[in-house]
Write a protein that binds this ligand. Structure first.
Ligand SMILES: N[C@@H](CCC(=O)N[C@@H](CS)C(=O)NCC(=O)O)C(=O)O
Length: 125
């Protein structure tokens, strides 16, 4: 019998553009209530725990990450969005105008800023 009590958990790095993309898509698909969200910061205990979970599952750590079924993890924002869009019966290309607005506007700039910020943080350590 399928486990109907399972709730997917989405791990989102606080300043990650791809994590915000997934969050926007889930919200726009009306799926927020079905998920538990864990927001973490670079270097904290939550990130260490997530990296362990992904590595143990044979997945290269990358954020966002979702436990899509008990003990089963998936990364890659586009793949995750496609997976839940299928479940929600929507086409992410045409049915999610807020996601489209984010992807065509702030998203590429946000990635540039994130990378610059990351490079500065790496240089400081
Ligand atoms: N193609 C991936 C890219 C995700 C990505 O590059 N995420 C960054 C954070 S914004 C990451 O996981 N970095 C690895 C790290 O910080 O260790 C996706 O769409 O999910």
């Amino acid at each position: 019998m399928p486990d109907t009590t399972f709730r997917p958990r989405a791990w989102l790095l606080k300043t990650c553009p791809f994590c915000l993309k997934l969050r926007i898509a889930l919200n726009e698909m009306g799926l927020d209530d079905r998920f538990d969200f864990t927001v973490f910061e670079k270097g904290d205990d939550t990130e260490a725990d997530l990296r362990r979970r992904l590595t143990d599952a044979g997945i290269k750590p990358s954020y966002p990450a979702v436990e899509v079924a008990p003990g089963e993890y998936e990364t890659e924002s586009d793949r995750l969005i496609a997976r839940y869009a299928r479940e929600a019966g929507v086409d992410p290309e045409t049915d999610l105008p807020l996601l489209a607005y984010y992807e065509a506007g702030v998203f590429p700039k946000f990635i540039e800023l994130f990378k610059e910020h990351q490079a500065r943080a790496d240089a400081d350590t």
